[in-house]
Design a protein around this ligand. Structure first.
Ligand SMILES: [Zn+2]
Length: 267
């Protein structure tokens, strides 16, 4: 009589796993890569439809407006999206040798970032830093910016608090920015974050909120710092949770600019 229970649990698991990020239409195909970070399983899922050189990356698993907007773009224009899935939360939480660790998945792309931003017990093992370094490398390899020619990420933020104004002179993140352009008619939470001056100028011309990362930005392990160190043009399209239409509009503006500067290689 208990024989059926494992099947039910498995069926529920599959249902929940699929329900979290459903492919939006049947013709979309998927390909996966897995990272085992001790007791945390990270599933990198690549969704594809008519690959055309446009490729999105979502590193925070609780930021689904970006995933939906990326799917909307791909549905009409084709492209690929890599979504990092690890339980629908923002941070990686795991334990190793009875110690508890926590880190922002956007802090694992440089050794220095991992070292300074890992939340851990005082005498925890450096083995964990090596494992995080290799997890970051696996995500970058799966995205493969060398073949793509750029990195295009999608992030979502909360209403108020952090936004484009955070980078203005005198505000808390001013030192991260070389230049800021602000369109006062836009919601300040909706913005582009770039590492390339040509892209910054294109987005300014398109009259959208945009900040250009400073060459002297703190090495916090984020993908934008990795991109700068490796001379890969980087664009983050970041909007407030739920701003789906604005997210899609900014994605389209981002892709037009990447194409204008020959940064999207045709596949
Ligand atoms: Zn994010």
């Amino acid at each position: 009589m208990f024989k059926i229970i494992p099947q039910i649990i498995l069926a529920l698991f599959v249902f929940v796993a699929n329900a979290q990020h459903p492919p939006v239409f049947d013709a979309m195909t998927t390909d996966s890569s897995f990272i085992n970070l001790y007791d945390l399983n990270i599933n990198l899922v690549k969704y594809s439809y008519k690959p055309n050189g446009v490729k999105f990356l979502v590193v925070h698993d609780n930021e689904d407006t970006g995933v939906k907007a990326g799917f909307d773009y791909i549905r009409w224009s084709g492209g690929e999206l890599i979504d990092c899935q690890y339980g629908g939360v923002r941070d990686y939480n795991f334990s190793y040798m009875d110690d508890i660790y926590r880190i922002d998945p956007n802090a694992i792309y440089t050794e220095r970032g991992i070292n300074t931003r890992l939340k851990k017990d005082e005498f925890s093992s450096n083995e964990v830093e090596k494992a995080l370094n290799s997890a970051g490398k696996q995500i970058i390899d799966f995205y493969n910016p060398k073949s793509t020619g750029y990195i295009l990420t999608l992030h979502n933020n909360a209403d108020g608090g952090f936004g484009i104004a955070s980078y203005l002179p005198g505000y808390e993140l001013a030192s991260a920015a070389d230049s800021v352009y602000l369109n006062p008619e836009m919601d300040g939470d909706d913005m582009l974050y770039v590492t390339d001056l040509k892209l910054f100028n294109s987005f300014k011309k398109a009259n959208v909120n945009v900040m250009l990362q400073s060459k002297f930005v703190e090495n916090d392990g984020s993908l934008s710092v990795y991109a700068m160190q490796n001379n890969i043009p980087y664009v983050n399209v970041e909007v407030q949770h739920g701003h789906l239409e604005e997210n899609l509009r900014l994605i389209e503006i981002a892709i037009v600019a990447l194409k204008e500067h020959g940064m999207i290689k045709k596949q």
